[in-house]
Ligand binder design. Structure first.
Ligand SMILES: [Mg+2]
Length: 170
């Protein structure tokens, strides 16, 4: 049955804490990564050493790595210039089209893909629309505007639900 929940499947503080072993143990063969506030903050144009190293470990483990951003082509192309992976810009997440494109590129099924991002109503929802694993990370801190602050408030119940589900009972 299709999962319609906004509650993420897995949560991490940082994308860089996600290991290839964990992904592979969940049957994942490719990842679709958000850029803004997941890998770097809005203001950072190029990947940091940490981003390059982490993506390197995923590739070495044989995982397909794709980037899917709702941001425009110049931002995505510049960011990807040092990484050189399959990328979609203006992905219109929560639309599943970036995941479908990655599936075609890597020859994997949607359920073998993990969508990794910082927003429930963009990245987790995209994973749900595609039928993929939804991994939510904490947004890399940046000065948030009012629009984002409102979205964070709306996300809270789903994050609480995740914590409740995954906190060991005493
Ligand atoms: Mg983001």
């Amino acid at each position: 049955m299709k999962n319609h929940s906004f509650v993420p499947d897995i949560m991490f503080d940082r994308a860089f804490d996600i290991t290839p072993d964990l992904l592979i143990s969940k049957g994942i063969r490719a990842v679709v990564l958000d850029i803004d506030n997941t890998l770097v903050t809005y203001g950072v144009a190029e990947p940091t050493e940490e981003v390059l190293a982490w993506i390197g470990t995923l590739k070495e483990a044989g995982l397909g790595v794709a980037i899917a951003s709702n941001n425009h082509a110049p931002r995505v192309e510049l960011f990807n210039s040092k990484i050189g992976v399959f990328a979609t810009c203006e992905s219109k997440k929560p639309s599943a089209r970036s995941v479908k494109a990655a599936c075609g590129h890597f020859g994997v099924k949607p359920e073998e893909v993990a969508v990794i991002g910082d927003q429930i109503f963009t990245d987790v929802w995209c994973a749900r629309n595609a039928g993929s694993l939804a991994i939510l990370v904490k947004p890399i801190p940046y000065p948030e505007n009012l629009f984002f602050k409102c979205k964070r408030v709306l996300e809270k119940p789903f994050i609480r639900a995740y914590r409740k589900k995954h906190t060991p009972k005493k």
